[in-house]
Design a protein around this ligand. Structure first.
Ligand code: 6R9
Length: 664
């Protein structure tokens, strides 16, 4: 299976092999939200009119917009700029006002088995109280609030309370380290951090508040204290924590003095909604900024069309943590704007055993299920006998996101989870795109396992060569987005030049996504993986440079090179090659490996922990001193080493690959 990933060669053969196709089942098509291909033509004829219609029909505007797209200062787009809305009102109050207050917004299931059912009326009430609480702590429009939480209802309540006030949240995944958290707090200059004492993960409590304390105590290079005035702490794990008086407050104590009256104020469509940090090609994570009206329009549209949502009868479950963009757009904003009923599950799929997800599908009658290929492969590995113990017949549609889904995993997902009948939408998008841009529409598209296939209505993409010229069908190249779209990133927080350079520098007038892609003979799109130094581990983006900097930051390490190597379960795995400082040669290689894996984990977060750390004497470098990671990737993947002629010392690679083979 590992051959199915990453390289242009392996993927093109995969595209040729894909003879099989799955037309939409007749019954599905008949009831689908989108079942006429006219939608593509209509949207392509006038994309701005199409998006304006979506914005008007799907959202409630306190002040209607008259302008659709302002592209006078590319690449800084403005959508619906003179319109005003409140995002939280769109996700909550208006559903209650429409008589849907009793509809379940979330069926919450904690990892230890505790449950809560939260209706739209209850969620609205709690968000209003939380908004009042935040106001009393001084949070106002334009501020930033960091959220470092497990996946529990208060996380969503906190997000919506922040945006209800016109402030922006920055959710930091609860698996990130104190240092990563601090650098994100500093970059966004967050005034408040919302956290929990701890959350449940794999059968035990994983502490969060102690990490916040550590983060806020870090002595910065510039010696400045953090911008944080208050830390609000939700009680969840029951673990021992310390509270700093004046700064730290228990959520449940504070909120008890606030009632549920709160009028949602209107904010301009371009008001910042959230910042979400993502790995780039350099060490420093980028704060991707999304704004309100355009983002919500496209999150809602894509959620309704691609997942064929019937809000009155469907139970939607996106398994992503809200620390990632998928959790933002498809566990919070899209579904809530559409009035959907969802499942929210705090823990991991294997707690207490690998039946947990399927038990929840059965228990809540989940109809639409959205997850990542890495999870599907992990389930494949434990075997079909586990999901087969459960009644999964409520499922009518499946989705995939995060990395290319290899056809083998697609077929297993379709057969074992979808009982051979549910369509699968393979959705391509990024933190920067805000919403899904490329995916089948389940009532219209004849599916090809392994391909994301086609741009959404109102979106125009192309596969281009290095100069930006579109390639013909049957060829590979780079994925570009041709025209601005409503949920596109507006900038990199605090660094507009980086936004220009990273995404618009390459082609000028087109958005450069950083993904390789191939058009098959029918013009369907097959993704080939990243073309930059970004790895994709279990669907999460990690930067090789960031991990290298972390390794070199360890006192024993002189030099480090990191590559993403194919991995049968996680898609890619982090593999590090390090040269130890000479006085450190006393460490055994095993000790060094263990210590460095733990170091990266503590430094960045457990998701960045290398699968392997190889201690080597030299790294392969060109004569100009550039490390040739391509060759290290060959070694890490057990392939024949590629062209070494540009290396300063051609023997180096032989020694390294012997070293890797010895350990296999
Ligand atoms: C939503 C999300 C974005 C990168 C993206 C690409 C990869 C995501 C994919 C996919 C192939 C799919 N990616 N979905 N590759 N097929 N269906 O994952 O956002 O964390 O920013 O990652 O993930 O390489 O560029 P993000």
């Amino acid at each position: 299976m590992s051959d199915d990933h990453g390289t242009i060669e392996s993927l093109s053969s995969l595209a040729h092999d894909a003879q099989e196709s799955y037309p939409p089942p007749t019954e599905f098509r008949a009831q689908a939200n989108q079942n006429s291909s006219d939608i593509y033509l209509r949207a392509a004829a006038d994309p701005e009119a199409y998006w304006a219609e979506q914005a008007q029909n799907r959202l409630t505007w306190q002040k209607p917009f008259t302008e659709v797209l302002d592209w006078t200062n590319p690449p800084f787009a403005k959508w619906f700029a003179d319109g005003e809305l409140n995002v939280a009102e769109n996700c909550l109050d208006r559903h209650v006002a429409n008589g849907l207050g009793d509809r379940v917004a979330y069926h919450f299931e904690g990892e230890p088995g505790d449950t809560r059912t939260i209706t739209y009326a209850e969620l609205t009430h709690e968000v209003k109280r939380a908004a009042n609480m935040l106001t009393s702590l001084g949070v106002t429009a334009g501020d930033r609030v960091a959220i470092y939480m497990p996946l529990i209802p208060e996380t969503v309540i906190a997000m919506l309370a922040v945006v209800r006030l016109g402030a922006a949240h920055s959710v930091v995944f609860g698996g990130f380290s104190a240092e990563s958290l601090r650098s994100r707090i500093d970059d966004a200059e967050a005034a408040v951090v919302i956290t929990a004492d701890g959350g449940y993960r794999k059968g035990r409590v994983s502490p969060l508040k102690p990490v916040v304390d550590q983060a806020l105590n870090i002595e910065n290079a510039d010696g400045k204290p953090s911008t944080v005035k208050h830390v609000l702490v939700v009680q969840r794990g029951g673990n021992d924590i310390t509270m700093e008086s004046g700064r730290d407050l228990w959520w449940h104590e504070e909120i008890s003095s606030y009632d549920g009256e709160h009028t949602p104020q209107a904010f301009p469509a371009e008001n910042p909604l959230f910042i979400l940090y993502t790995s780039g090609t350099t060490g420093r994570p980028k704060g991707i900024l999304h704004t309100s009206g355009g983002y919500l329009t496209q999150a809602a549209t894509s959620h309704s069309d691609i997942f064929d949502l019937k809000p009155e009868s469907d139970v939607f479950w996106c398994t992503a943590d809200v620390g990632w963009v998928t959790g933002h757009s498809y566990s919070v904003y899209g579904p809530l704007a559409n009035g959907a009923t969802q499942v929210m599950y705090e823990g991991t799929p294997d707690s207490p055993d690998w039946g947990r997800w399927w038990e929840l599908v059965e228990k809540y009658g989940v109809t639409i299920f959205y997850t990542a290929p890495t999870a599907i492969r992990a389930c494949m590995k434990v075997g079909r006998q586990i999901p087969e113990k459960y009644d999964l017949s409520s499922l009518r549609l499946l989705g995939s996101v995060g990395e290319p889904i290899n056809p083998e995993a697609w077929r297993w997902y379709h057969e074992v989870i979808g009982s051979g009948k549910t369509p699968i939408v393979d959705t391509w998008w990024q933190t920067e795109t805000g919403a899904i841009l490329i995916s089948p529409l389940p009532g219209l598209t004849t599916l090809k396992p392994g391909s994301s296939q086609i741009a959404q209505p109102g979106i125009s993409v192309s596969v281009v060569d290095d100069e930006g010229n579109p390639v013909q069908n049957g060829n590979g190249g780079l994925l570009a987005v041709d025209r601005p779209w409503p949920s596109m990133a507006r900038t990199v927080w605090g660094d507009p030049q980086r936004y220009i350079d990273t995404y618009w520098g390459k082609f000028g007038d087109k958005y450069f996504a950083g993904d390789g892609a191939r058009l098959d003979e029918d013009g369907d799109i097959w993704f080939l993986g990243r073309v930059d130094d970004v790895m994709n581990v279990s669907g999460h983006r990690l930067s090789t440079t960031e991990i290298e900097s972390s390794l070199v930051g360890h006192h024993a390490v002189a030099e480090a090179a990191v590559v993403g190597a194919d991995d049968a379960t996680t898609g890619q795995a982090v593999v590090a090659f390090v040269i130890l400082k000479s006085q450190q040669q006393l460490l055994t290689e095993d000790q060094a490996e263990q210590e460095l894996r733990a170091h990266v984990s503590a430094n960045i977060g457990a998701i960045a922990r290398p699968r392997n750390v190889y201690v080597v004497n030299e790294l392969p470098k060109t004569r100009s001193g550039k490390i040739m990671r391509r060759l290290l990737k060959d070694a890490a993947e057990g392939r024949k080493i590629g062209d070494t002629t540009t290396l300063a010392d051609t023997m180096v690679m032989q020694l390294i690959s012997d070293r890797v083979v010895a350990e296999r």
